[in-house]
Design a binder for this molecule. Structure first.
Ligand SMILES: NC(=O)c1ccc[n+]([C@@H]2O[C@H](COP(=O)([O-])OP(=O)(O)OC[C@H]3O[C@@H](n4cnc5c(N)ncnc54)[C@H](O)[C@@H]3O)[C@@H](O)[C@H]2O)c1
Length: 327
């Protein structure tokens, strides 16, 4: 059965997903929805018979879609999800879930009431190296972890605005928070310090912090810090280093290094995690079996809770306990 797929958003990551889908059997991209009709029609040009729309309602009324990919900035979430939930259309949504916690929590409860198949783009979970780390961690005691997302500021204008992206920790570094939860379990408390050091003087309209560090206590008793910056002139380290009683597991976006007392083993990713993510989602849409989807909306809500609590902690200067935090 060929699945009919639509896209909301026509930016960089829609192009990325579309490129992979163009090589996948059994999937036909039928429609694109953008903020302007020209953009949507331009995106549709590459797909034989695909149609561009500037209204999601028109797209969903006129196309019989089996699934929709949502690739829009954090500030644009809400109405899109509500429309898809109401019509019962499964969706793969690019992280993060939104700017804050209140709206995602409401969306999560409506998804659960339906229920509806969802997949969230926390693709680090699908890396071979992450799965290998999970295996190794079964026989180790974790003490702590250090996570990083160090780089430059993306050029898209919404990213630099707090009311556009929610800031780097919510928008980008949430990948590391999600990886921390996936490998080490749930978070109990966060304490964050953020600052504006460089970018607000270098670029116009910057309202997001450009450096930050978040101290995390986990339910297991382990501790972690996850830090980020976007002041670098180019890319910097991205990853999560897990310190255990049998050495360090260094997860990056490409591989896992298992650093023991006298040896270093490196496991490079053999498979593309985004293809795995697509396969798991489409398998669920075809069969109803969601067991291969490694990140669903309800689970990602917990990652969103951690990143939003960190923002509140940075603003108040106080630690935030997650069981007392509702956004
Ligand atoms: N998982 C990953 O590795 C990864 C990588 C890059 C981006 N992303 C995520 O993907 C999302 C989109 O990023 P991008 O790089 O494509 O951004 P982008 O700025 O290139 O594109 C965003 C698109 O969304 C459109 N848009 C905004 N509001 C809309 C609305 N209400 N309806 C329809 N379209 C709307 C914009 O016009 C634009 O075409 C972000 O949340 C980002 O974090 C994930």
């Amino acid at each position: 059965m060929t699945l009919q797929v639509g896209f909301v958003g026509t930016g960089g990551f829609t192009r990325f997903h579309c490129n992979l889908l163009s090589k996948m059997e059994g999937v036909q991209v039928r429609a694109f929805c953008a903020t302007r009709l020209e953009k949507a029609e331009q995106a549709a040009v590459d797909w034989n018979g695909a149609v561009g729309y500037d209204s999601l309602t028109h797209m969903l009324d006129q196309q019989k879609l089996d699934a929709v990919f949502v690739c829009v900035p954090p500030m644009a979430h809400g109405e899109i999800e509500y429309a898809l939930i109401e019509r019962g259309i499964p969706f793969l949504l690019e992280k993060p879930l939104g700017l804050d916690l209140l709206q995602p929590a409401d969306i999560a409860s409506r998804i659960q009431a339906k229920p509806l198949i969802t997949s969230i783009g926390y693709h680090f979970r699908y890396m071979d190296s992450t799965q290998r780390a999970l295996e190794l961690l079964k026989s180790r005691t974790v003490g702590m972890a250090l996570g990083y997302w160090m780089g430059s500021m993306p050029k898209v204008p919404w990213w630099r605005r707090q009311d556009g992206s929610g800031g780097q920790f919510i928008e980008q570094t949430s990948h590391m928070v999600d990886l921390l939860r996936y490998t080490m379990g749930e978070v109990e408390e966060v304490y964050a310090a953020y600052a504006n050091r460089v970018m607000h003087e270098k670029e116009d309209g910057v309202t997001t912090p450009d450096v930050g560090t978040v101290t995390i206590k986990l339910v297991s008793g382990a501790v972690a810090t996850i830090s980020n910056t976007c002041i670098l002139p180019g890319s910097g380290p991205i990853g999560l280093h897990v310190y255990t009683d049998q050495g360090v597991l260094e997860l990056s976006d490409k591989s896992l290094k298992d650093i023991g007392r006298a040896s270093v083993c490196e496991y490079a990713n053999q498979n593309d995690p985004y293809i795995r993510e697509h396969e798991a989602f489409f398998h669920a849409v075809r069969t109803g079996d969601t067991s291969r989807i490694l990140s669903i909306y309800a689970d990602s809500l917990r990652t969103q809770t951690v990143t939003t609590a960190a923002l509140h902690s940075a603003a108040s200067g106080l630690p935030v306990r997650l069981d007392e935090f509702s956004g």
